[in-house]
Write a protein that binds this ligand. Structure first.
Ligand code: PLP
Length: 394
C-alpha cells in the first residue's frame, strides 16, 4: 500500500483541490506543470546546486551520544537547524520559486505565522530579484517583530492581516484572496504540505531531500539504509513529510509524529489536530481540522508558533487514520523540558517546534538497539524570547 498522493490529488479520503472558480485555471496549470518541471534536468541542476551551496546541504546526521545514553537507544539528529535561515523551510521556498520562474510568474506571495516561512520566501526572492508580498496576522506581526524586520530588510512587503483572530489561518485566507485578484502574474508559495492539490505533493517532494539524505547517511553510519523509527513534529506536516517520504513503503521503519497539545488536549487550548480534528475543508483541501459543531474553525493554541495551525496536511491525516504513523500529543511543558534537555546534553538549542519531536522520548520507551532518526527541524534562535520569559530553570 502506498501512502503517496493519487492522480486525483487524494491521500485516501483526504486532499483534493477545493478552490474558488477564479483560481481553478491556476491550480490546474500548476497541477499539469509541476511534475514535468521537477523532473527537468535543468531544474534539478539549479535546485541541487542551491541546496548544496546556498542552504549548506547535505545537513549532517548527528549521533547524539549523551541523549542516546539518557534514553537507552541510539538517537540520530537530522540537522535541518543548520540550514541557511535556520530551518527546513528554505528547501521548499527555493523549489517553489524556481518553479514559479519557469512558469513565467513575476510576483511571489506567501502566508506566514511565526514568520519562518515568510523569511525563507523573502530570502529566496532577494536572491532571485523577485517581488515578494507576505501576509501575516496582525497579532503575529506584533509578537514576531524580529522576523518582520528581517523580511523588510530582505525587501519583502509585509501586509498585516486584521480579519478573524489575526493569525496564520487569516493570513492564508488573505493570501488566497490576493491570488484570486492577480491570477496571471502571481505565484502563491505555500509553506507546508497543506492547501489544494498539488501543493501537498509539491511540498513533500521538495522536502524529500531530507529522507534521501537520511537513506545514504544511515547506510554509511549503520550499515543499513533504514532506521527503526523516524520521529518528527507536525504543524502542517512538511518537515515530517520530507523526513518520511522515502520510507512510506518501508515496513521496517516505524513513524512517530508529535503534534502540539498546548496546555493539554482536554483544555481547549491546543493544536492537536489529529487527536481533536474532524473532517472538513480548510484552505482548499479536505482534511482533519479543529472546528466547532457549526463548522467554525477553532483558534488553535501552542507555545510554538510553527505548530499553531488548526488543520493538518492531508497526507498525515490519511497515514494516521490507516495506522502508518503513530501521532503523540506533546504539551508545552513537555516540549520545554525537552528543549532544555537537548541544550544541556548536546549543546544544541532547538526550535520550540523541534522540541515537540524531542519530547517523544518522555512518552515512549525504545529498545537498546533501536536506531531512531529525529528531524531537528529548526534552531532555537527565534524562540529565545520565549525561553527567556519562561526563565527555564537549570
Ligand atoms: C514551520 C516549522 C515547523 C512546522 O511546519 P511543518 O510544515 O509541519 O514542518 C516545524 N519546525 C520548524 C523549525 C518550523 O519553522
Amino acid at each position: 500500500m502506498s501512502f503517496d498522493v493519487n492522480e486525483a490529488g487524494f491521500y485516501g479520503d483526504f486532499g483534493g483541490a477545493y478552490v474558488p472558480e477564479i483560481l481553478y485555471a491556476n491550480v490546474e496549470t500548476l497541477k499539469n506543470e509541476y511534475k514535468k518541471i521537477l523532473a527537468d534536468p535543468d531544474f534539478q541542476t539549479e535546485f541541487q546546486d542551491l541546496l548544496a551551496n546556498y542552504v549548506g546541504r547535505p545537513s549532517p546526521l548527528y549521533l547524539a551520544k549523551r541523549l542516546s545514553e539518557r534514553y537507552g537507544c541510539k538517537i540520530y539528529l537530522k540537522r535541518e537547524d543548520l540550514n541557511h535561515t535556520g530551518a527546513h523551510k528554505i528547501n521548499n521556498a527555493i523549489g517553489q520559486i524556481l518553479l514559479a520562474r519557469r512558469m513565467g510568474k513575476t510576483r511571489i506571495i506567501a502566508e506566514t505565522g511565526a514568520g519562518q516561512h515568510g523569511v525563507a520566501t523573502a530570502t529566496v526572492c532577494a536572491l532571485m530579484g523577485m517581488e515578494c508580498i507576505v501576509y501575516m496576522g496582525k497579532t503575529d506581526v506584533e509578537r514576531q517583530n524580529l522576523n518582520v524586520r528581517k523580511m523588510e530588510m530582505l525587501g519583502a512587503k509585509v501586509v498585516p492581516v486584521t480579519s478573524g483572530n489575526m493569525t496564520l489561518k487569516d493570513a492564508c485566507n488573505e493570501a488566497i484572496r490576493d491570488w484570486c485578484c492577480h491570477p496571471a502574474d502571481t505565484f502563491y508559495v505555500i509553506g507546508s504540505t497543506v492547501g489544494p492539490h498539488p501543493y501537498p505533493d509539491l511540498v513533500a517532494q521538495l522536502q524529500s531531500v531530507i529522507s534521501k539524505e537520511i537513506k545514504w547517511q544511515t547506510k554509511e553510519k549503520e550499515g543499513r539504509d533504514y532506521p527503526d523509527y523516524l520521529v518528527a513534529c507536525v504543524g502542517g506536516g512538511s518537515n515530517a513529510a520530507g523526513t518520511i517520504y522515502e520510507y512510506l513503503d518501508e515496513p521496517r521503519t516505524k513513524i512517530i509524529l508529535a503534534e502540539a497539545a498546548g496546555k493539554g488536549i482536554d483544555t481547549g487550548e491546543s493544536a492537536a489536530t489529529i487527536h481533536l480534528g474532524t473532517v472538513g475543508i480548510l484552505h482548499g483541501a479536505k482534511t482533519l481540522l479543529m472546528q466547532d459543531a457549526d463548522g467554525q474553525v477553532q483558534e488553535p493554541y501552542s507555545i510554538s508558533a510553527g505548530l499553531d495551525y488548526p488543520g493538518i496536511g492531508p497526507m498525515h491525516a490519511n497515514m494516521s487514520k490507516k495506522g502508518r504513523s503513530e501521532v503523540l500529543a506533546v504539551t508545552d511543558d513537555e516540549a520545554l523540558t525537552a528543549a532544555m534537555e537537548l541544550t544541556r546534553l548536546e549543546g544544541i538549542i532547538p526550535a520550540l517546534e523541534s522540541a515537540h519531536a524531542l519530547a517523544v522520548f518522555q512518552q515512549k520507551k525504545f529498545k537498546k538497539d533501536d536506531v531512531i532518526v529525529l528531524c531537528l527541524s529548526g534552531r532555537g534562535d527565534k524562540d529565545m524570547e520565549t525561553y527567556i520569559q519562561l526563565k527555564i530553570k537549570n
